[in-house]
Design a protein around this ligand. Sequence first.
Ligand code: NAD
Ligand code: UDP
Length: 343
Amino acid sequence: MPNHTPECYLLTGGAGYIGSHSTLALMQAGHQVLVLDNLCNSSPISLDRLGQLAGRAPLFVQGDVRDAALLEQVFASHRISAVLHFAGLKAVGESVQQPLAYFDNNVAGTISLCKAMAQAGVFKLVFSSSATVYGEPETMPIHESTPTGRPTNPYGRSKLMAEEVLRDLAASDPRWRVAVLRYFNPVGAHESGLIGEDPHGIPNNLLPYIAQVAGGKLAELAVFGNDYPTPDGTGVRDYIHVQDLAQGHLKALQALQTRTGLNVWNLGTGQGYSVLEMLRAFEAASGRQIPYRIAPRRPGDIARCWADASKAKIELGWQCKLGLAEMMRDAWRWQVQSPNGYA
Ligand code: NAD
Ligand code: UDP
């Protein structure tokens, strides 16, 4: 029987941090979005907020990407033109404690999704990968031609494995069109302050931690190492505004109209900032002083990491528009408006 429902994009993990911003960007560009999320690390309130911002809520199915029967039903009852696969676990420390959960969600989850896609005849996929797959390259910036390295933890290895699965899949059948997006360090929030990053417990990542110190929830920032071979000794990363990242997904979807096989794009700004530079920028945006102490290096951390963002600029026509000041302003607004996240 022909399916007369409107065409939509399926966003796995669409209730999460990057997924919710991308859902909004797609809806605001006029697309229908179906979110599939098991809510293991997100709140349904984010979807209500998307409804407020976009004027209509995305379609939502609560469930797991490893549930083959559910996926079959989802693909049978919607006309899905492409899938953006955000769903997965992402806490580096937790991945060391629970490697099986990470390989199961991130690798087996990707396999389960691709099987269901192939069965349903849907072959366009945008995959959330990470700069962590490069390991610790000797030269900066990191170009897509930089060989992947050995990620320092099970989370990173699960992302690299999922990429390898997708590479073999794309090589096996010319119908597949896969965009592997390697994110650098996503930060910030939507400018409304209605959606943002909502880490459970004490944040692992720098920006949410700094925001909670500025907001008075945490006493001080521990700066993990000041003896790295960087200008001020602290770790350097390429922080990218989540709104720019969301736009990168729209551009990747457009590219899949014409590009076949598997393509990899770095999504970063091309500019690195140190931990202390981030701290000073957040102080400027928030008007708050942020106490800190120098602590030992965090095991597994690399000294520096920033993107060569030229391939995405040339091939996708995408580049970041928002700078450090906007990242800090929006992270601070989200912190002030929602000090307890979606709780
Ligand atoms: P997030 O935890 O906020 O979002 C992930 C979403 O997926 C959550 O809503 C969670 O409930 C859902 N989910 C997890 N496992 C699932 C499963 N088995 N079935 C269905 N839903 C499931 O994380 P995020 O920061 O938005 O990251 C999105 C993607 O981007 C992840 O794949 C992550 O690995 C990748 N990534 C994130 C970063 C980062 O720093 N945030 C950097 C590089 C790559
Ligand atoms: N960092 C820090 N204190 C924290 C959290 C992070 O000094 O409480 C540093 C970390 O060592 C790295 C940078 O901030 O140099 C970014 O860390 P994050 O965990 O946000 O991202 P990733 O390690 O994935 O790049």
